[in-house]
Design a protein around this ligand. Structure first.
Ligand code: 5GP
Ligand code: MG
Length: 175
């Protein structure tokens, strides 16, 4: 699988350094709250979340939501559908939604209202990557790791047809 990599867009070292900054900023913004409920949007946000929370030495809980928008070999979003939730009782909680990449914004527009309907006191959104596409205007995003060009990327949690999530860098693939 590794022979199809085209170029490295963001290296593992760059990701690590940026995540440490993001975690500091998030903790600082949440210093008035006793705890934070982290909700990674699976599967893509799994690795980002694992690294982010290990820089957050504050009380956190983790709940889960699974969303699919690029099924199989799709290179453009097919619309976000919620496949599963383990959100528990998030009423009154300060939630940090964590996702891998902001593209059309459909995922965030679908998930934030679900958390609000369950009574979350506050929802903040952290994205590792943002493609800055005009379609995403109006989707709530509070923290962004990196702005990237509008290219299909894999690695560090992001997949193509289920593969490449385990790459430590964020890369583009050969056509
Ligand atoms: P949106 O709902 O904002 O269009 O897209 C968000 C989701 O689509 C992301 O959470 C991610 O799962 C998937 N996605 C968007 N762009 C890319 C990309 O360049 N590469 C990969 N692997 N997934 C992407
Ligand atoms: Mg995703």
């Amino acid at each position: 699988m590794f022979q199809k990599i085209d170029k490295t867009l963001i290296s593992a070292a760059q990701i690590e350094a940026r995540i440490e900054q993001l975690a500091k900023q998030i903790i600082d913004d949440h210093k008035d709250f006793a705890e934070i409920t982290i909700v990674p949007i699976l599967t893509g946000a799994m690795i980002f979340t694992a690294d982010l929370i290990r820089h957050m030495r504050v009380p956190i809980r983790i709940n889960l939501i699974t969303v699919s928008s690029y099924p199989g070999t799709a290179l453009r979003t097919q619309g976000a559908s919620i496949l599963g939730k383990q959100l528990g009782d998030i009423a009154g909680r300060h939630v940090l939604l964590v996702d891998d990449i902001l593209d059309s914004g459909n995922t965030i527009r679908a998930v934030v209202p679900v958390l609000q309907e369950l009574g979350a006191a506050r929802v903040r959104v952290a994205m590792l990557l943002s493609k800055n596409r005009p379609e995403a205007k109006g989707a709530q995003v509070d923290y962004v790791g990196f702005d990237i060009p509008d290219e299909f990327v894999v690695g560090y949690g992001l997949d193509f047809d289920g593969f490449y999530r385990n790459l430590p860098d964020i890369v583009t693939l050969k056509p």
